[in-house]
Design a protein. Structure first.
Length: 219
């Protein structure tokens, strides 16, 4: 079956540097897909400017205007489903999503997290890695499930932690790695090399029990 251009929705909360990496990869046809809309839960963020510049829809859905999480998620789902996307991409989207919302997009929604999951889910990942004396940090792309940062792992990039590195140093290096990691993961999904079935990622038809590493995935 021939591939079709995947329709992608990106959810953001801030500057959108990973969004820009994805937009650039789509423009260069590295990703066999296009971002049809960017939705931010915070108004006036730089990521929305990036969306406008790229020519895709830029939507603000301020979570503070909703009485509770469920009401916000219901409206967010409505906005997303209008586009009938193949893939929902969380790129610095700083919201915990309700179980019903997540299950609606199960197998079609991915996230990037700034640690080598299952290490350090949640916040303060760089601080925790340095405090633990780790010599390697990194980032992980994973499918989103109701468990926070607990979905099946897809692809990881490792980043060395040097003696004397601050949280800011590590954060900067990890973010730089993310800008290659996320487009690569989306490339695999959009060309159907990576699929989701029976609760697991499958790479070229075989279940993926452990996350792939960025440097030895393509070839």
């Amino acid at each position: 079956m021939a591939n079709h251009m995947k329709k992608i929705i990106v959810l953001i909360s801030g500057s959108g540097s990973n969004l820009q990496a994805i937009l650039d990869a789509c423009a260069k046809s590295k990703i066999d897909g296009s971002v049809c809309a960017v939705i931010s839960n915070r108004p006036n963020v730089m990521g929305l400017q990036r969306a406008v510049k790229s020519g895709c829809d830029a939507i603000t859905l301020d979570h503070k205007q909703f009485p509770d999480r469920a009401t916000f998620d219901a409206e967010l789902q409505k906005r997303i489903d209008f586009y009938e996307p193949d893939l929902v991409v969380l790129a610095g989207f700083m919201r915990i999503l309700t179980e019903g919302f997540v299950n609606h997009y199960l197998g079609r929604m991915v996230n990037i997290h700034p640690s080598l999951l299952p290490k350090y889910p949640g916040l303060n990942t760089h601080k925790r890695a340095i405090k633990a004396g780790d010599s390697i940090g990194g980032a992980t792309v994973h499918y989103v499930t109701p468990e926070l940062d607990g979905g099946p792992l897809i692809l990881q990039a490792e980043v060395p932690i040097f003696t004397g590195d601050s949280e800011l140093d590590l954060a900067k290096n990890v973010l730089q790695a993310e800008h290659s990691l996320y487009p690569t993961a989306l490339e695999l999904i959009c060309n159907n090399s990576l699929t989701f079935a029976e609760g697991l990622p499958h790479f070229k038809g075989k279940p993926l029990q452990f996350p792939m590493k960025l440097n030895n995935t393509i070839g």
